[in-house]
Design a protein. Structure first.
Length: 561
């Protein structure tokens, strides 16, 4: 393992890794189409190259005039260059603004506008749009184009690198403390407009230490990075990032054959992907009767939404028999918080989840403190205003620890709703509801904002949806409330597997009757009379293709009588 850096900058970890294994491959990115045998050519970046190139860019930025603490927005597609630029900005002491391009243009522009960036690093298309909307970004005077620059001024990345090389001996990188700001990362916006979360360098250090320790990640591993941002963690853990041939904004549409080819060519032993991606892989393997296509894969991580026990059980048959499949739990504001391994889900918690007990997310990471409090839709200023609930009682989860962020800097008005003071410690209200069991495991029952209230009775999404998801024709479902809390009517909106869609009205009516009968047999769902089988997929977040946007569904319901 790499030793702890004396510099507080999280990017100093890359320097340590590069000193230990300079010639090892840090990033492998496809640079040509696959051959008939599935083999393909990759562009390779060593740890030494990544460290040196990012340092050169950092020095060039400083020589140009960029100063520590400035905010610079990154509008570059994920790949080797994205990783290089992120570390360059961190080394320069810059606060990196990261947004999901798939959040939609309206949200994207608003998030960037409210982040008040001092500049942009982006591809030509992004810089062109920034130029058209320049009045929204009055402070953005430091703009770097990754590619050909046209009439919008600033510098090209090539010019910055050249400047960095020429001042290598005279320009010092800034000293960064762990408490200094490192990044503004936006939430997915699954329960409202995206919020900008402030990460310090200590936030990143805390995340890396806990992920590496709990999952026993060692230098020399090879990660199939189906979730792009994990590539940044790979680099500082000495793990090779294999970038697969896929659209990272549409993980559910991945071609599993491309993953298999990359995994086998590189003999990957680790992969990080969303539940939607692994579901696609499992269904592909089933349909094609393919046995163990990932024989070298010994560690699988999946996050963003619960992974059904049935999917995990099938996924285990596709990888090394002794492999671990783990599902870390957390949020943009607090990650990682808890984790559980697939064997525990398959043998114990999964069957309970299918009966409506919620989804067990496992036990806490080191340093995490958590408690379940009485549900409150208003702000909570101080810890003394909370009422802790006994184990087994459903309430909202709040967490504290070194990996828990302390403030939003975009949509800062939301700090009052999500942050709770406890002396010098700040707790984060996760917005999730559930309960703790007698083994101190948290059982997730849904988002607080998504609960459906019928007078004195409350229905929680994850509990109720599990009953419907047990039907073999159902891919996923969403509980939505019609009307205004506390007098709502529950409606279940259902997305079917493609091959299970009814071909005529009688078939649809028959399926609806089956689902209604299924609901009537469980006390959690027997009050759900309205079931809507959708022709279109349920709307989901772009980051994981798994979190359902129930607010949009509620808007749809308001137009359906």
């Amino acid at each position: 393992m790499a030793s702890q850096p004396s510099d507080g900058n999280v990017a100093a970890r890359l320097r340590i890794v590069a000193s230990l294994m300079p010639g090892a491959i840090a990033i492998a990115q496809p640079n040509g189409p696959p051959q008939p045998d599935g083999q393909r050519s990759y562009a390779l970046t060593t740890f030494g190259d990544l460290d040196q190139s990012s340092e050169s860019i950092a020095r060039g930025l400083i020589a140009w005039g960029i100063r520590p603490g400035m905010r610079v927005a990154m509008l570059v597609p994920f790949g080797a260059q994205f990783i290089e630029l992120t570390f360059a900005l961190l080394k320069a002491g810059v606060v990196v603004v990261l947004v999901d391009p798939g959040m939609g243009r309206k949200h994207l522009v608003r998030c960037l506008e409210e982040a008040k960036p001092d500049g942009f690093i982006g591809i030509p298309k992004a810089q062109a749009i920034r130029t058209v909307l320049r009045r929204k970004f009055p402070d953005a005077k430091w703009n770097v184009t990754v590619g050909r620059r046209y009439l919008w001024g600033g510098k090209t990345l090539g010019q910055i690198k050249s400047m960095g090389s020429s001042v290598a001996d005279s320009t010092q990188l800034p000293k960064v403390e762990r408490a200094d700001q490192a990044a503004v990362i936006f939430t997915t916006g699954s329960t409202g407009p995206p919020k900008g979360v402030l990460y310090t360098h200590n936030t990143f250090h805390s995340q890396i230490d806990r992920i590496r320790q709990r999952y026993d990640i060692h230098r020399g591993s090879r990660d199939l990075a189906c979730f792009p941002l994990f590539g940044l963690f790979d680099a500082v853990m000495g793990v090779t990032t294999i970038i697969p041939d896929m659209d990272p904004t549409r993980p559910a549409d991945v071609d599993p054959q491309r993953l298999v080819e990359a995994a086998n060519q590189w003999e990957v032993d680790q992969a990080f992907g969303s539940p939607a991606l692994w579901n696609t892989v499992v269904r592909w393997a089933d349909a094609n009767r393919i046995e163990r296509p990932f024989p070298t894969l010994r560690r699988v991580l999946s996050a963003g939404a619960p992974v059904p026990a049935a999917t995990l059980e099938k996924l285990r048959r596709l990888i090394d028999p002794d492999a671990n499949i783990v599902t870390p739990y957390g949020a943009t504001e607090a990650l990682p918080i808890a984790s559980i391994e697939s064997r525990e889900i398959i043998a114990e918690t999964g069957p309970a989840s299918a009966k409506g007990k919620g989804v067990c997310v496992g036990t806490r990471f080191e340093g995490v403190t958590w408690r379940v409090i009485e549900i409150d839709d208003g702000p909570i200023a101080d810890i003394w205003q909370t009422k802790e609930l006994p184990r087994g009682k459903i309430g909202e989860l709040m967490v504290a620890g070194p990996m828990v962020t302390t403030q939003y800097v975009v949509r800062a008005d939301q700090n009052a709703m999500h942050k709770v003071a406890d002396g010098e410690r700040i707790w984060h209200r996760m917005g999730d509801v559930g309960y703790l069991d007698d083994r101190d495991r948290f059982w997730f029952c849904g988002r607080k904002a998504h609960r459906v209230t019928m007078g004195k009775r409350t229905l929680f999404t994850i509990q109720c949806e599990a009953i419907f998801n047990a039907h073999p024709s159902v891919y996923r479902s969403a509980l939505v409330g019609r009307g205004v809390r506390p007098n709502q009517t529950p409606v279940m909106m259902v997305e079917l597997h493609a091959e299970s869609k009814p071909i005529n009205a009688p078939e649809k009516s028959s399926l609806e009757a089956e689902l209604r009968e299924l609901a009537s047999r469980n006390p959690l769902t027997r009050r759900i009379d309205e079931i809507i089988i959708r022709d279109e997929p349920l709307p989901v977040d772009i980051r994981h293709n798994s979190k359902i946007f129930r607010e949009r569904l509620a808007e749809e319901l308001s137009t359906i009588r």
